[in-house]
Design a protein around this ligand. Structure first.
Ligand code: EPU
Length: 337
């Protein structure tokens, strides 16, 4: 285990922000993780997984622990289901691809989401009608303060829309080391409700899609709308879709009869932040190297040399304009440091 000093984090965050870490260590086993947490020379720590859901606005004056635990193993299986454990440092999309090759169903709609397995539960990643919580069994963690291992069941995690206990009470207290999933081996519960998936499958005349067909459809949809972080720095959706109550929604609908929305419950409506940002005039706009993606206004991008602050100032400007124009507050989805 080697501790590096003043290491650039540019290649460790998908926004490609050139902040640096005062100290940096990569851990490849749980023993190493416990050892470094017990080391009293480094009491300030910052946990880094795939770096796909964060915006760095300053250098990190702490020990950055890069969780690089690898491995996938079957815990148990029946004729119809498999319980599978993946270590936190496995790349999410590679894990999805592995499952599709093995014909394990349940996460095909979550293809091509950037990041690692270990960070997926923190924000309960979701796309095209499926959320991580739908296949999640439990996760193992190490508590930072005590270095003790602790398991969190699905119930413990308190999952919500882009939310979990790890963004609330447990924030900054635990390091997720592995995640256990339950997936199907037969009679896959396919989710093709999303309009763009249906359209993609019907264009290819696929009537009875396999999990691989769905994964390919999702990949095509994402590639057409969302920028590849390897080519253009970004962190996926920068904002959450806001949820408003009936009163507010009633007026919003009168003022904006063509706006898309999803009714979540008799008193809750989700309005796409991408639509609000587009209406506020920001889609495709570029301010030096910080910009709003041309195909999806929910995604902020770094054209090369934007600082974290450049992106953050743009986010605040967007937030204010949306508030002024619609009276709706849009909350960042990414973690801002
Ligand atoms: N829209 C616009 N303009 C835009 C973008 C969207 O008018 O620039 C409208 C669309 O026309 C559509 C609606 O907004 O009517 C919803 O758009 P879309 O289906 O593309 O999905 P989204 O609500 O923008 C969410 C997730 C994505 C996920 C997709 C598909 C959030 C914050 N984002 O986006 O997740 O891939 O649904 O399920 O919930 C991510 O979290 O990083 C992410 C990409």
């Amino acid at each position: 285990m080697q501790i590096e000093e003043n290491k650039s984090l540019k290649d460790y965050n998908t926004f490609g922000i050139a902040c640096s870490a005062r100290y940096f260590v990569e851990i490849t086993s749980i023993e190493e993780l416990k050892e470094i947490l017990a080391n009293q020379n480094y009491t300030e720590r910052f946990i880094l997984g795939g770096g796909s859901n964060m915006l760095l606005t300053k250098d990190i004056d702490a020990l950055v622990i890069h969780v690089n635990l690898k491995g996938i193993k079957i815990i148990s299986e029946t004729d119809t289901h498999v319980t599978l454990q993946a270590m936190a440092g496995e790349n999410w999309h590679e894990f999805v691809q592995f499952c599709i090759q093995e014909n394990y169903g349940g996460i095909e709609n979550l293809s091509l989401i950037p990041g690692n397995v270990g960070t997926a539960p923190i924000q309960n990643i979701g796309a095209y009608g499926v959320e991580l919580k739908d296949v999640f069994v439990s996760c193992n963690t190490v508590e930072i303060a005590s270095t003790k291992e602790q398991e969190f069941t699905k119930k413990d995690c308190n999952f919500g829309y882009r939310n979990s206990i790890f963004k609330n009470e447990a924030k900054g207290k635990y390091i997720i080391t592995s995640v256990t999933f339950q997936l199907t081996k037969t009679n896959h519960n396919l989710n093709t409700d999303y309009g763009a998936i249906q359209q993609n499958l019907s264009e290819k005349n696929i009537e009875n899609p396999s999990i691989s067909d769905i994964s390919e459809a999702v990949i095509a949809i994402r590639q057409s709308k969302l920028p590849d972080p390897k080519k253009l720095g970004n962190s996926g959706s920068f904002f959450k879709n806001p949820i408003v109550g009936s009163e507010k929604f009633k007026q919003f609908k009168i003022d904006n009869p063509d706006a898309p929305y999803y009714q979540l419950s008799p008193s809750e409506y989700k309005i796409p932040a991408g639509w609000l940002i587009e209406q506020a005039g920001f889609k495709g706009k570029r301010y030096d190297d910080a910009g709003v993606h041309k195909n999806q206004a929910l995604v902020l991008v770094n054209y090369g040399n934007a600082s974290g602050n450049d992106i953050w100032q743009l986010a605040l400007t967007i937030q204010q304009k949306v508030k002024d124009q619609f009276g709706i507050f849009i909350e960042p989805e990414v973690n801002v440091f």
